[in-house]
Write a protein that binds this ligand. Structure first.
Ligand SMILES: [Zn+2]
Length: 420
């Protein structure tokens, strides 16, 4: 109801002016009529705007010269977060509004009636984990601090359905609710697997002795695995890519969260400089690598993001939130348990390397709430492994073993949920 009103209102204003143009207009207005503003109805000045994070998690901070009164709400199609403020002069550089990570676009505008508006458009559905107005410790005014993270369309719709226009100071309570509406407490949810064919597009991945390109092997295998899993009929199955396209690692994680995945399986086939090493390996994420080879592999796989031409900054400070921490630990246990089951199943059908269950800091495995493993099917640097990866019989056997492992894991998860 309130939503429709705002939509109409936005419609009447005649669309949104891009940030840069808007800043110019605002600057012109404030230069042209300085005497209009008296102390009581002076423009709020937004002094700086910063966004940090990636496609799974973002923090946005806007500094204001005094305490802003805000109202915020969500809009769908596309997924947007709208923040209304008192008449505001946005006194920062338009380039600070450049899209990044989970935020596909930022727009500013005047709504009339003394209201200014900030609109953040998500790359996909998202959750607002926190939206606070905080006093700067150095006495230089206030800041609006927003934490948002990738979520599913269902979670976004649920937040939309719940929303009453909210002021910044009363919002933090939303967080527990959001976590509570996650996949585990969703009774109609079918066990969901997201298969991630490694690399793609400009990022070819490793290259085999006989010219096999990793990105093609991973896509062919993932497609076969998807078809096998879909044929079982018990699961929702998605792929992060089903064409030869480049995807950042955090986008792969975002897609898994968007589908409320119960399992993410990232498929790879790397090379290794140590001669004679061959066979499959199953990796989970860990802060400390299980061995130097695992560390080297994670470093190489994480380089995939360099193809995006973006700097990789680790500005995701460790989340201290205890609830998130508990979820992460639980997720990690499930990842370990699935990796163990998977190694058991693969060992009956395909060759494994020594110590086939390993761990390292793979970025693609870092969803806090999606159990995730990375499977190295074999080494393209080994001629026998390379031949196997191109062999339909071998691929069929390996895909069947993974399907069996998923069946075991899914039934254990479903029982746990029914019991809990
Ligand atoms: Zn790879």
């Amino acid at each position: 109801m309130g939503l429709a009103d705002f939509t109409n209102k936005a419609g009447r204003v005649g669309g949104w002016i891009p940030g840069a143009l808007c800043l110019l207009l605002l600057a012109a207005i404030s230069f042209g009529f300085p005497s209009i503003a008296n102390a009581a109805d002076a423009l709020l000045v937004a002094k700086s705007y910063k966004m940090a994070g990636d496609a799974t998690k973002m923090r946005i901070v806007m500094d204001c010269d005094r305490e802003p009164e805000i109202k915020w709400f969500l809009l769908r199609a596309p997924n947007r977060l709208v923040i209304d403020l008192a008449n505001t002069r946005f006194a920062f550089d338009a380039k600070d509004l450049k899209a990044r990570g989970l935020v596909k676009g930022v727009r500013l505008g005047q709504l009339g009636d003394g209201v200014s508006r900030l609109i953040l458009t998500g790359k996909g559905p998202f959750a607002v984990d926190k939206l606070d107005v905080l006093k700067n410790e150095d006495g230089s005014g206030y800041r609006i601090a927003i934490d948002m993270s990738a979520a599913s369309e269902r979670e976004f719709e649920a937040a939309l359905a719940n929303q009453a226009l909210t002021t910044g100071s009363t919002v933090s309570a939303d967080k527990g609710g959001r976590v509570g509406t996650g996949p585990v407490s969703n009774p109609g949810h079918r066990f969901t697997v997201v298969i991630d064919p490694g690399h793609g597009g400009v990022d070819g991945g490793a290259e085999g002795l006989n010219g096999t390109i990793e990105k093609n092997v991973t896509l062919a295998f993932a497609t076969e695995l998807r078809d096998k899993l879909s044929a079982v009929g018990n699961y929702e199955v998605f792929m992060t890519r089903d064409t030869d396209e480049y995807l950042r690692l955090d986008d792969r994680v975002r897609i898994a969260r968007q589908h409320e995945a119960d399992l993410l399986i990232s498929i790879h086939a790397d090379t290794i400089s140590v001669k004679g090493i061959r066979g499959a390996t199953v990796y989970t994420v860990s802060d400390k690598a299980s061995d130097p080879q695992a560390q080297a592999l994670a470093d190489r796989e994480n380089l995939s993001d360099q193809f995006a031409g973006l700097e990789i900054k680790n500005d995701n400070k460790e989340v201290t939130d205890i609830l998130i921490d508990l979820i992460r630990r639980e997720t990690h246990n499930f990842s370990m348990s699935f990796a163990h089951t998977l190694v058991g199943q693969l060992s009956t059908s395909v060759g494994l390397i020594n110590n086939p269950q390993r761990s390292a800091g793979f970025r693609v495995l870092k969803a806090p709430d999606v159990p995730s493993v990375l499977v190295e099917l074999g080494y393209l640097s080994n001629a026998k492994d390379e031949a196997q990866l191109l062999d339909a019989d071998w691929r069929g056997k390996a895909a069947q073993s993974i399907t069996n492992a998923i069946a075991l894991f899914a039934s254990a998860r479903t029982e746990t949920r029914a019991g809990g």
